[in-house]
Write a protein that binds this ligand. Structure first.
Ligand SMILES: [Zn+2]
Length: 982
């Protein structure tokens, strides 16, 4: 036979596009619309346009499927989400269906049809490329109409065409996915070629035998799970997300009525909570769909949070608040973590997920790795403490699949576990900005259940998939440690004010719960459950994977900054209500302290007036307890030479350019700064990644560098006896940087208090610390522990980690001596060695241009510090104390701490009253060093029974107690939640 394959393929494509699809609606009449008419433009950016559409179904259409069809001015070159979308309601205001470019029609019954369309003019924002968008803020978005109403019709759907369309599409997509040599491919080619010549109904008959041929027994099985990824804020503000949820969720419950086999997995308790509040009718329909099995709540988290940056307790609360909402509101015990889109996953997850009742973990994002390919799609993921969780990474490489032949073939071919596993999961449905599954996808799934040449497609829930996958592959390989995403490394640093707001919120929440619990137990003060709940939920929302990473539009980040201001004052109010105001000192850190405190009102003891108007005084407080100010009786700190600060513990030498030339530890005589090098050297690099400005830091940024090694001024502004400070001022052509290098009496920490007016563009600012230690690895704090990462680039995996993240500290050391760097609000850092010294560089600020063209511009204040002569324990302690300064309060909570632990390796992360409002005290603690530990946890109140509990505070087993104390034995990094009944 002559080879005419490509010509025939083109003929089939033309038939589908030009004859079949246009014939879908056999007859149509225009709907009357008012006030907006077809042809009118509409929609200033972010505005809502409501119009009514009415008409009468002609009598001759009786018995046929009639649809209302709209074109709001859709852009078919783009996905749904970042463009016009709408909600269609009945005249009583009940949501019927959402509209987007690929879901433009809804079934109607008559004879009279009256619909209300609520259309949203969401602007078309491109985030991956370009120079940023003026559409990202109401202030700059302008007033130009973005869209034009092109169509509002009543139409009859031709059922033969509808079905033939999907027959042809499924077969033709399969044909293209099959090898050219395959007989099946040619069989389909010839049949489709003949089909073009036939009337539609006869075409269906011709194709029926091809569609009924069974798949090979050994074919890969794809478990298709309906899904709609809805970013809780991103290229739209939170207020629009609530409406996106309404549109998408309405689509899903309506679709399940047409296609009862639909199973839709939906994460993010926050999104359900929004609907419960704003759209109770839709919420009820969701509850019904959950009962019917069409709708499956998944993930057990409050939002799909960033996978790296949330603090330990916050990540625990993501799981607690999410799981509990699903349990209380929907009666569903979620059994897995669903995080397709977060930018890397902390090695603390396996343990936290299991402690929240999760049996499985789903991620998708690692398919974005730029360097290495994760070797497994189904595996056991092992965290820092050794806990393993069964994990799947869908080989379809998309969480917005459409069930096309190409996607299915890719998933089957890509699947790394071939020969030992037979199945993978495919999340299908339009997403990012919502949308969800469509009728077209459901029609495809029906045809792909068992079709020769194609992977088998079966719609089922994630739990079902994970049960089966685990049963057939119980000895799946193990991946140990973090799942580092080899891209989006700029998200550890972008939008610094948002990140600072989060870190400060986490510290204040710790204070607020501890002191509110202390006040409740000691004084009988009512515990502010409602206030704390509301504040926690706001903090958790802003940890969403486009807010905390700094990858949203200007609107979102300006709103987040405002939210954090409100959260901080709300938490300050809770702390004041519990602990009062006065001359005692609150210590929320898990260690006893005796140190200089900086306060803004005159202290009750002799203090030192500082150059910034604040006061330094001396204080003492026990771990998790309340202490007070003391007369200063320690070795003073003084400038002993020009910019040489000495407090008897360390001597810091700063040169005439404000660079740190020496930090010498008296006890060991060791020097922290590498010979001839300068510490706290600020460095600027051009930082304009090839794409994804707010997200990416390209490896090439390191090639060009500008050292800020000269200062405008260097002066000694405070000279002891409690605090000595050298103030350094630097300028670029645009930015002004003021740093106070501060040493306090009795402290081994050199603090750098920074105030920057940042006006750079596409530039990253680093603070370099060349350290006189040869470290082969760095210990970086993560949630409930730390990870060790190599400082070299031996393998492609090591090299790809050229930018890393940490929470409150990083620690480098040699045997017996080390150095910690602590931060109060930044996360990014890099580390390298030259064979003699180790350089740690903290990433302080970026200034990406997209999606927020003003990102990071303006004023920033933050602190970091160098702690020489630090072992790992010192680093952990310094991380806590640096983030949790002693805080003045009244002395009404004085006395023994509510809870104390006799082993410093065992660290308390939270003290609170139980969420069930029973009055029980909850204590969450963990082994922090990576070793075995025994500890006695003592309560300073009568304990009737002590239980070990899960993260949700549900008791698992009663513990043997000694009076009001319990003895614990912990594995490395083990987290324990104690429930102490009073
Ligand atoms: Zn996302």
């Amino acid at each position: 036979m002559h080879d005419d394959r490509t010509t025939v393929e083109e003929r089939i494509a033309k038939f589908l596009a030009e004859r079949l699809r246009p014939a879908l609606h056999a007859a149509r009449i225009a709907l009357d619309t008012a006030p907006l008419r077809v042809g009118d433009t509409w929609g200033e950016p972010w505005s809502t346009t409501r119009f009514e559409a009415s008409g009468r179904i002609p009598a001759e259409w009786a018995g046929r499927r009639v649809e209302a069809v709209f074109d709001l001015g859709f852009d078919l070159t783009r996905g749904p989400g970042g463009q016009a979308e709408a909600l269609v309601l009945d005249v009583d205001g009940n949501p019927l269906q959402g509209l987007h470019p690929y879901h433009r029609s809804l079934p109607v019954t008559g004879p009279d049809v009256r619909l209300v369309v609520e259309a949203a003019a969401n602007p078309p924002i491109v985030a991956s490329a370009g120079r940023g968008t003026h559409h990202g803020s109401l202030d700059t978005a302008g007033a130009e109409h973005l869209y034009q109403l092109r169509q509002a019709d009543l139409a009859v759907r031709d059922e033969d065409v509808w079905h033939l369309m999907h027959d042809v599409e499924v077969l033709s997509q399969l044909m293209h996915a099959l090898p050219v040599q395959s007989a099946r491919r040619h069989e389909i080619l010839r049949a489709l070629d003949r089909c073009v010549d036939l009337p539609f109904a006869e075409g269906r008959e011709l194709l029926a035998p091809l569609l009924s041929r069974k798949a090979h027994e050994s074919e890969h099985t794809l478990v298709a799970v309906g899904h709609a990824h809805i970013d809780s804020a991103w290229l739209w503000p939170i207020r629009e997300t609530i409406r996106k949820c309404t549109r998408t969720f309405t689509n899903v419950v309506a679709l399940a009525e047409e296609y009862p086999e639909l199973v839709f997995a939906c994460s993010s308790a926050q999104q359900y909570a929004w609907l419960k509040e704003h759209q109770p009718v839709v919420h009820e329909r969701i509850r019904a769909a959950v009962k019917a099995g069409n709708w499956v709540p998944v993930g057990g988290m409050w939002v799909e949070a960033d996978g790296n940056l949330p603090g330990g307790e916050a990540l625990a609360r993501q799981l607690v608040y999410g799981s509990r909402f699903f349990l209380d509101e929907l009666g569903v015990s979620t059994d897995g973590v669903w995080l397709p889109d977060s930018f890397g996953y902390t090695a603390a997850y396996p343990q936290l997920a299991r402690l929240a009742g999760a049996e499985w973990f789903l991620t998708q994002k690692l398919s974005w790795n730029e360097t290495n390919r994760l070797p497994h799609h189904t595996f056991w993921w092992e965290g820092i403490d050794g806990t393993r969780i069964f994990t799947h990474f869908p080989p379809v490489d998309s969480y917005n699949a459409e069930l096309t032949g190409a996607e299915l073939a890719h998933a089957a071919a890509n699947y790394a576990e071939k020969g030992v596993g037979t199945r993978s999961l495919v999340p299908f449905g339009f997403g990012d900005g919502g949308g969800g599954p469509t009728r077209e996808m459901m029609e495809r799934a029906r045809r792909l259940r068992d079709l020769e040449g194609s992977p088998k497609v079966r719609i089922a829930s994630p739990s079902e998939f994970f049960r089966e996958a685990r049963a057939e592959y119980p000895d799946a390989p193990v991946w140990r440690g973090e799942l580092y995403l080899e891209t989006h490394r700029g998200t550890y640093t972008s939008q610094a004010r948002t990140k600072r707001g989060n870190r400060r919120s986490e510290a204040l929440l710790r204070h607020a719960e501890l002191w509110a619990a202390s006040a409740a137990v000691r004084l009988g003060t009512p515990y502010p459950h409602d206030e704390l709940d509301a504040l926690w939920k706001r903090v958790l929302l802003h940890q969403f994977h486009d807010i905390l990473p700094g990858s949203s539009i200007a609107w979102v980040h300006r709103e987040a900054e405002q939210a954090y201001t409100e959260i901080h004052s709300g938490l300050d109010a809770v702390i004041s209500a519990s602990a009062g105001e006065g001359a005692a000192l609150l210590n929320a850190a898990p260690c006893d302290r005796r140190e200089v405190v900086i306060v803004s009102v005159p202290p009750p003891v002799a203090g030192q007036r500082l150059s910034d108007g604040r006061y330094a005084a001396f204080g003492r407080a026990p771990a998790l307890g309340v202490g007070g100010f003391l007369e200063f009786n320690a070795h003073p700190v003084r400038a002993t030479g020009k910019f040489v600060l000495d407090n008897g513990l360390i001597t810091v030498r700063i040169d005439g350019h404000g660079l740190v030339r020496s930090v010498r530890d008296h006890a060991t005589g060791r020097e922290a700064i590498a010979p001839g090098a300068a510490g706290n050297l600020l460095q600027l690099h051009p930082d304009d990644p090839v794409k994804w400005s707010a997200w990416n830091l390209d490896a090439s940024y390191r090639r060009v560098r500008r050292d800020l090694d000269t200062a405008v001024s260097v002066e000694l502004v405070d000279d002891g006896p409690l605090v000595a400070t050298v103030r350094v001022r630097r300028e670029t052509e645009r930015s002004v940087i003021t740093q106070d290098l501060r040493l306090a009496a009795g402290s081994r920490l050199l603090e750098v208090d920074t105030d920057i007016d940042w006006q750079e563009r596409d530039t990253i600012l680093k603070a370099a610390w060349p350290l006189d230690v040869l470290a082969t690895e760095v210990a970086a704090e993560i949630q409930f522990g730390h990870v060790r990462r190599p400082t070299h680039e031996n393998t492609s995996w090591d090299a790809a980690r050229f930018e890393q993240w940490a929470h409150r500290f990083v620690h480098v050391g040699e045997h017996g001596w080390g150095i910690a760097l602590v931060t109060d609000s930044t996360y990014g850092y890099d580390v390298s060695t030259d064979g003699r010294a180790t350089t740690v560089r903290l990433s302080l600020l970026r200034s990406p241009h997209s999606p927020d063209p003003q990102a990071d511009q303006g004023r920033h204040t933050f602190r970091y510090g160098l702690r020489p002569a630090a072992d790992l324990g010192d680093a952990i302690t310094a991380g806590y104390t640096f983030s949790l300064p002693l805080r003045p309060a009244s002395d009404r909570l004085r006395g023994k701490p509510l809870v104390s632990v006799d082993n410093p390796d065992v660290v308390v992360e939270a003290v609170k009253l139980a969420d069930d409002r029973s009055g029980a005290v909850i204590v969450r603690l963990y082994e922090s060093r990576g070793g075995r530990a025994r500890a006695l946890v003592s309560a300073d109140f009568p304990v009737t029974t002590a239980f070990e509990a899960d993260l949700l505070e549900r008791p698992s087993q009663a513990m043997a107690s000694r009076g009001n104390a319990v003895e614990l034995s912990l594995r490395p990094f083990q987290i324990v939640t104690l429930r102490l009944e009073r």
